[in-house]
Design a protein around this ligand. Structure first.
Ligand SMILES: Cc1ncc(COP(=O)(O)O)c(C=O)c1O
Length: 370
């Protein structure tokens, strides 16, 4: 018979660094909004996903590979690493595949951070660098943006002997602005080789600025740097979770020691291989993004709404109202965007298809007129 325990369970004895961590809040899923608000027709422009869907070639590859999911995936993702290495003219030993680039941020924290180490990052930025530093009992140093751009000078000033990692989110999420090549050059002039410079280039394939510093150029010059990219954005595979990192082989060897043995599933590996080769889809995605960007810029300008010019597939704009209220009112109109970046009136919208962009604007007009 069930016996009541004599000693009351006082809850799990977790590491104290977890006490002040929040659960990650992703962009609201469509199904959740349908359930909560009783709406049926929703557009999600909240997580910078590809509005065109996945690459058709990737869908075909997943369908074919489904026959073999009784086998474990190739833990080393050999073919995908070979393909990326050939594409970027790097040693396959310098390429590491992650369950999304998110997992690579986690592996970097696990492999590099001792308690008390410092991690320099901009704020606001992609919201995983900071909690992962805390999880390792390291100290995140958040350097505010200046005019919506990463303040590279101020970031470099904060680098000291205990700084293990400096994160450049380039283009930065949520603003879409980039650090220039000159700024990146300056950074490497001043940061010693004891600090790993991580370029998070999740939106790399969308960038059009000739002034964009490609993190791989610095890696090839021998700097202590690691470049993160993903199949979640332009390649349309966010749901499969696959990203990659390129860095010095010695570092990649250590990262492999903390990697889960089968971290990237076989469908994701096949889809990524196919998506890389799907030039038509890549071109169409870029064209759709550029056209949507132009359309939204003009629409914002016509309404007197300030926005940050973007090098990515999203736009950071100033609603002029309380961002939380705008977010919730937009939800009621069936349009999911993203706020909560610590600025009173700014929100981020993913550039969508022409129909989605028009729907977003119609909803925004209604919300701002109310
Ligand atoms: C800057 C940046 N880095 C990394 C990621 C993580 O992407 P994933 O784990 O899907 O590759 C995102 C996703 O939003 C991002 O915006």
């Amino acid at each position: 018979m069930f016996q009541k325990p004599k000693v009351k369970n006082m809850g799990p004895k977790v590491r104290s660094c977890l006490d002040n961590l929040a659960v990650y809040q992703p962009g609201k899923p469509i199904e959740e909004v349908k359930r909560e608000l009783g709406l049926t027709d929703i557009v999600k422009m909240a997580s910078n996903e590809n509005p065109l869907g996945p690459s058709p070639r990737a869908i075909a590859a997943v369908t074919g590979a489904a026959q073999a999911v009784n086998f474990y995936p190739d833990g080393s993702a050999y073919r995908l690493r070979q393909s990326l290495a050939a594409r970027f003219s790097v040693d396959p030993a310098s390429v590491l595949i992650g369950n999304g680039s998110n997992e690579l941020v986690q592996m970097l924290a696990l492999a590099l951070l001792e308690p008390g180490d410092k991690v320099v990052m901009p704020v606001p930025t992609f919201p995983r660098y900071e909690p992962l530093a805390r999880m390792m009992n390291a100290v995140p140093i958040e350097v505010p943006l200046k005019d919506f751009r990463m303040d590279i000078e101020a970031m470099v000033e904060r680098v000291g002997p205990a700084t293990k990692i400096i994160y450049l989110c380039n283009p930065n999420n949520p603003t879409g602005a980039i650090a220039s090549r000159r700024e990146a050059d300056r950074l490497f002039e001043r940061v010693g080789s004891g600090t790993l410079v991580v370029f998070d280039e999740a939106y790399y394939e969308y960038v059009t600025s000739p002034d964009y510093p490609d993190g791989l150029d610095y890696l090839k010059q021998g700097f202590n740097t690691f470049v993160l990219r993903t199949f979640s954005k332009l390649y349309g595979l966010a749901g499969l979770r696959v990203g990659y990192g390129i860095g010095p082989p010695q570092l990649v060897d250590y990262l492999n020691r903390v990697r889960e043995p089968f971290n990237v599933n076989s469908l994701a590996q096949e889809a990524a291989l196919a998506a890389l080769e799907d030039e038509n889809f890549v071109r169409l995605t870029r064209e759709t993004n550029e056209a949507g960007k132009k359309y939204l810029y003009e629409a914002f300008a016509a309404r007197g709404i300030n926005y940050v010019p973007t090098e990515a597939n999203f736009i950071f704009f100033d609603s002029g109202r309380d961002e939380k209220a705008v977010f919730h009112q937009m939800l009621k109109e069936g349009v999911i965007i993203r706020g909560g970046f610590g600025l009173p009136s700014h929100l981020r919208v993913t550039i969508g298809t022409p129909a989605q962009n028009a729907r977003f604007l119609a909803a925004l007009d209604k919300v701002l007129a109310s």
